[in-house]
Design a protein around this ligand. Structure first.
Ligand code: CU
Length: 133
């Protein structure tokens, strides 16, 4: 005999699988917009103090990837002098920029992303980047 609960059990298994897959190696995502240009920072995992974390940076206009060169990140803590921390991102052919960032203190950081596009300089400020102890 098949009970109606057997179907629910399968649904439960599927939902858990999806959650685990999407949670695997994916950290927080931050987005900023300027006019019609959108910049996205995708952390590989939640940032932890003094542990290098890979971040993918991508620029898009109307859903299409926009080419930006000499992409650099400037890591700052609001109201604190933390020294120069400006990792340069690697350019890749698909328009994604991979950069390893290192936060030297836990707390709230901001990241200023700069680069050059065909339409001129690009500058985005990401605020409230939370770094865990
Ligand atoms: Cu600090």
């Amino acid at each position: 005999m098949t009970s109606p609960w057997s179907h629910l059990r399968w649904a439960g298994v599927l939902v858990w699988t999806l959650v685990l897959l999407s949670g695997c190696g994916t950290g927080p995502r931050y987005q900023a917009q300027q006019d019609d240009l959108v910049a996205t920072l995708q952390f590989a995992q939640a940032p932890i103090v003094n542990q290098s974390v890979p971040v993918d940076v991508v620029f898009q206009r109307n859903g299409q990837t926009v080419a930006v060169t000499t992409v650099a990140l400037d890591l700052q803590m609001p109201g604190m002098v933390m020294g120069s921390n400006r990792p340069l991102a690697d350019a890749s052919t698909d328009g994604t920029h991979r950069v390893n960032v290192l936060f030297t203190m836990d707390g709230e950081w901001s990241i200023v992303v700069t680069g050059e596009s065909s339409q001129g300089p690009v500058r985005f400020v990401f605020e409230r980047i939370i770094v865990n102890p």
